[in-house]
Design a protein around this ligand. Structure first.
Ligand SMILES: [Zn+2]
Length: 186
């Protein structure tokens, strides 16, 4: 059709065994699991933990924190990223791990190298749209920042922020560069 141009994007997600992760990535998943135990989720009863590796190599965690007003609920990914920023100022995410499940569940890595199970990618703990935007804002324009999600079977879904958030809106559109502290510190 004249005047019509179609853009297509490929979403790639990889199912990995926990043992296939690097030591740093494994540490991130365990940190997210530990943070999840502290979730304050009396309304949804859905406990989420997240752990961020900053570009300085440090690890920062967060859990979901629900309030009775609901709209003031903090998501785990946001909590972890904000902890990173509270520590370093505006900083770049290298990798983020996300784990979640009902309060009664005890998600854990699958350490059996013979079994890797996932029927649908969406079975993994995926960041909501709100959090995808929050993650992207601290990727400093790097579309290849890694997101690791634990599946109910204890395996790992690996994808990039590009896969989760194609055609994204970020600081670039406003001419802002978080990496330049002089742009954010007055
Ligand atoms: Zn979220």
């Amino acid at each position: 059709m004249a005047g019509v141009k179609t853009f297509s994007y490929t979403v790639t997600a990889t199912l990995a065994h926990f043992a296939d992760l690097s030591a740093s990535e494994q540490e991130l998943v365990y940190a997210a699991l530990n943070a999840r135990r502290n979730a304050q989720a009396p309304y949804s009863h859905y406990f989420v933990g997240a752990a961020v590796r900053s570009n300085k190599g440090t690890l920062h965690t967060g859990c979901n924190v629900e309030r009775c007003s609901y709209t003031q609920t903090t998501h785990a990914e946001q909590n972890a990223i904000d902890n990173m920023i509270a520590h370093w100022g505006p900083s770049k995410i290298e990798t983020i791990a996300i784990v979640g499940g009902p309060a009664s569940a005890t998600p854990a890595p699958n350490l059996n190298p013979l079994i890797t199970t996932l029927t649908h990618p969406e079975e993994a703990t995926l960041p909501c749209g709100h959090c995808r935007q929050i993650i992207w804002e601290n990727c400093f324009g790097d579309h290849n920042v890694t997101i690791l999600s634990l599946t109910p079977h204890g395996d790992i879904l690996r994808a990039t922020i590009r896969d989760f958030l194609p055609m994204c809106f970020g600081p670039d559109q406003l001419g802002i560069d978080y990496a330049n502290r002089s742009a954010t510190v007055i």
